[in-house]
Design a protein around this ligand. Sequence first.
Ligand SMILES: Nc1nc2c(ncn2[C@@H]2O[C@H](COP(=O)(O)OP(=O)(O)OP(=O)(O)O)[C@@H](O)[C@H]2O)c(=O)[nH]1
Ligand SMILES: [Mg+2]
Length: 518
Amino acid sequence: MLTASIDQPARAELVDEVARLLRDAMALYESDAETYALLAAHSRRLVEPLRVALAGMVKAGKSTLLNAIIGEEIAPTDTGECTRVVTWYRYAVSPRVMLFTLDGEKRRLPIVRVDKRLQFDMGELSADQVDRIEVFWPAPALRTLTLIDTPGIASLSTDVSDRSTRFLTPGDDPSEADAIVYLMRHMHASDLRFLEAFHDSSAGGSATINALAVLSRADEVGAGRIDSLLSAREIADRYRHDDTIRSLSLGVVPMAGLLAQTARTLRQSEFRALVSLAELDRADRELLLISADRFCRPNDSIGVDAQTRVNLMRRFGLFGVRLALVMLRSGVSDADELAQALARRSGLDELMQLISVQFEARSALLRARSAIAVLDEVLHHHDRSGTDELKASVERVMANAHDFQELRLLATLRTEPVALTPQQVEEAERLLGGEGVDDRSRLGLHDDFPEADSRSAALEHLQRWRALQHNPASDRALTTVCSTVVRTCEALVAHAPGAARPQRARLVLAAEPRPGSG
Ligand SMILES: Nc1nc2c(ncn2[C@@H]2O[C@H](COP(=O)(O)OP(=O)(O)OP(=O)(O)O)[C@@H](O)[C@H]2O)c(=O)[nH]1
Ligand SMILES: [Mg+2]
């Protein structure tokens, strides 16, 4: 599938522009060490991997999902003190664990693994004294994503949940995370309150486009029945169409995180034990799978000892064991094939696809947006000679960068009523990159749609949206929406094969804003 995108040149230019503004500001604040360090950190952040935070209520399955994404069981999932600390997982060639205290002290922690998981020995420190732990780990998944595990938010306010909430929704300061994956087992009032706080935080109206909701522990929805994920998908679909959730997140994905973690770390010994169980008589097998309790009971006639079965239950859950046995009986023949099939069924592939389409593809833009928000704050709070000029440049970038306008409009379409039919809203969202920012996703073209015809498809959209823009019946809000969509369509037409000037899709900085345009 082709992934050409109108965004690449424009985005690179926008990031360069933001980097230049940060450099200018650093020169201006050279004598103010604190502000200089803040700006320097954001300059570095522009070229770092995207930061995705995993958040949600206590025991929603955050650390388990993080392990599934990394493909190693390293994040602690017990109830120890360290699950109460914000923990960063970053790529590095060799493993290292650093702890930062609230007093600004930094220490290196020994790497201790118990049953393959990392254990952080914080010594005499309690979680309340620790600002964060940073784990540097040579996992390929971390090359493009920095993951941030946050302590569970309790339904009643506690110190721990306050800290997670403060980390993710730090009031006037921009969030340290570029995007958030929010796990919830059911849609609880506290989940909505948190998502609303994140939405209203510094990330502002665009937060909708950097939050994804996960209906977690989906295998438990149907009490471990083999069709549990289907029931979970129906619930997720309902949530997805709920106006409140739609205004707070890009989508809702059902996810069996424990199964995903196990699939990504499947051991040969587990595969062999599952094969033995799959070979049992049907009656014995069905009896064994009635409940987790029955599965773990000592029973000499089974051929797989009780301790091994207890371990399988802990790693797979009842749903995972049932699913694995069905797969083995229907022809899956080796551990790799089983791992892949389980990962697909767990929802992990779908989630990673969404993270890649929705967050990674926008990652530079999200980071540029974070940086420019910081710059704006700094300039408004630390006035000095030369700030006015920079302020004007920042405002110009914010108002004119078409990428930012697309993000804002995507959020607006999900949060505010506009005079469009539901089909038009859907089409506008798709054109703006709501289902993926590559040109084919924006145009809604199937894989087998001829590349040569994509220009006529783009032209057709352009004509339709232009007509709506100039329709005397369109009010001002609608005209503003249309003008952004039209600009996107123009870029798609210009970028399509056979266009007269295919390479330069559009300029990042337009001329001065037109009166009345938003
Ligand atoms: N059945 C099932 N259990 C799960 C799933 N995900 C996590 N668990 C279990 O739920 C418990 C909590 O999982 P964690 O990943 O530690 O949850 P968390 O959200 O990080 O918890 P805190 O950090 O303490 O808030 C563990 O016992 C996991 O094995 C899942 O998808 N299915
Ligand atoms: Mg945890």
